[in-house]
Design a protein. Structure first.
Length: 421
């Protein structure tokens, strides 16, 4: 591959959305990319940067050089291929096992098993992907981290997850200087970037460059990749599987809710928990906490002690926060119980600059039949689902607030059956 064939310029919107989905940080930034467009999609070489927050200080910036191969016609399960070396990878393997991910072994490929670890909940479909040609291509290169998503693969010399270690790779290789202060720089120089691109195309080519490979993997299992993953995780019985079993929202639940007369009763607990957020007990503690501190503050101030201002301030802040939370829950509950069913079409998914619990928030736009387009703010999983639905069948529905036409909720983004390949 001749890097001179690449041009500097913007990444196409569809490819950028898939590339961004590999990063949890809302402030992820991309340098000037070098892009090669072709019949299968696009090959992208780019430096990426984000800020990681530490528990004990202001945090630090992390920089990487990555390759992203965007293949819009190749439909893949989600999985990672990681070099099986170092204490960090051993610890990661133990954590993944505790969480309940199924083990993926390659008994007939001892060299591959010695060098790489495959992490996925889609064991059967990934095994169908990793045929002879794919394994030989992976063995022909060294030191690559490959993270496959539905429409492409992110490739780097170091893992972009938990990559805040203290080595810099400017100049190439692992002999970089240690970084001090607020920057952890893992970018590659020109020669090392070319080498990364060449190895990336060799290693991932047999998997991503033939759409038929993805179709054979999809045909190897019943249902969608998402359904395969849920089945494997719940069967394992680990922490993630038990959580999924408690929170899984099905199409049958949504169908029953959609046709139910308003005000709707007997809302499935999975929908209630997702729609208006968590349990009541923590929420009840916040105003109690606020009232107690505000009371202490008032009592202390009456006694002539200025320290009471601090208690009063903390108490009032807690009461204001609890009021906002309560208002949010009341609105969301009203949307589910009394919202008007409105049909529409998904027309846009845009990542915002904010996140909640380290999950990037996206603006999902739905063109409705009865009014102006509706914009709902949701996390990365519903956003990915919306992008897939836009590719196949953008028809959907929302629940619109009868009191305010600009407010609504899109429940279909949480439904397993909408997780298309």
């Amino acid at each position: 591959m001749n890097l001179d064939e690449f041009t500097e310029g913007e990444i196409r919107k569809e490819a950028l959305a898939e590339l961004q989905s590999h990063f949890d940080e809302a402030d992820v930034r991309f340098g000037t990319p070098r892009v090669l467009e072709h019949g299968l999609g696009s090959d992208i070489l780019v430096d990426v940067e984000w800020h990681e927050h530490d528990s004990d200080d202001a945090g630090h910036d992390v920089m990487h050089t990555v390759v992203f191969l965007h293949r819009p016609e190749t439909k893949l399960p989600e999985f990672e291929i990681r070099p099986d070396a170092g204490l960090g990878e051993k610890v990661l393997g133990m954590v993944v096992s505790i969480l309940g991910f199924p083990a993926m072994e390659f008994e007939d490929e001892p060299e591959f098993s010695d060098r790489y670890k495959v992490m996925t909940a889609n064991v059967d479909s990934v095994r169908a992907l990793l045929g002879r040609e794919a394994i030989d291509s992976l063995l022909s290169v060294d030191d690559l981290y490959l993270k496959f998503s539905g429409r492409g693969v992110l490739i780097s010399r170091r893992s972009v997850d938990g990559s805040s270690g203290s080595r810099s790779t400017i100049g190439g290789g692992d002999a970089g200087r240690r970084t001090m202060g607020r920057r952890h720089d893992h970018r590659l120089d020109e020669a090392a970037s070319r080498s990364l691109l060449e190895d990336a195309l060799v290693a991932a080519g047999p998997i991503v460059d033939d759409p038929e490979v993805g179709r054979r993997a999809a045909d190897a299992v019943d249902g969608t990749y998402a359904e395969e993953a849920v089945q494997n995780l719940t069967t394992q019985g680990g922490l993630i599987g038990r959580h999924i079993a408690r929170t899984l929202i099905t199409g049958e639940m949504l169908d029953q809710l959609r046709i139910a007369p308003t005000p709707r009763a007997n809302i499935p607990p999975q929908i209630a928990r997702k729609a208006w957020g968590g349990t009541t007990f923590p929420l009840a503690l916040v105003p109690v906490f606020g009232a107690v501190f505000a009371g202490i503050g008032v009592f202390t101030l009456v006694g002539g002690q200025i320290e009471g201002l601090a208690f009063l301030g903390v108490g009032l802040v807690a009461l204001v926060i609890s009021a906002f939370i309560l208002r949010h829950r009341i609105i969301r509950k009203r949307l589910v119980t009394s919202g008007v069913v409105v049909r529409g079409r998904l027309i846009g998914v845009d990542r915002t600059n904010t996140s909640v619990n380290d999950d990037p928030i996206h603006a999902i736009t739905i063109d409705t039949q009865d009014a102006e387009p509706m914009v709902v703010k949701m996390g990365s999983a519903p956003a990915r689902q919306a992008r897939r639905m836009m590719e196949a069948d953008p028809e959907t529905w929302i629940l619109r607030d009868p009191r305010k036409a600009s407010r609504g909720i899109w429940l279909a983004g949480w439904c397993l059956e909408n997780s298309l390949d």
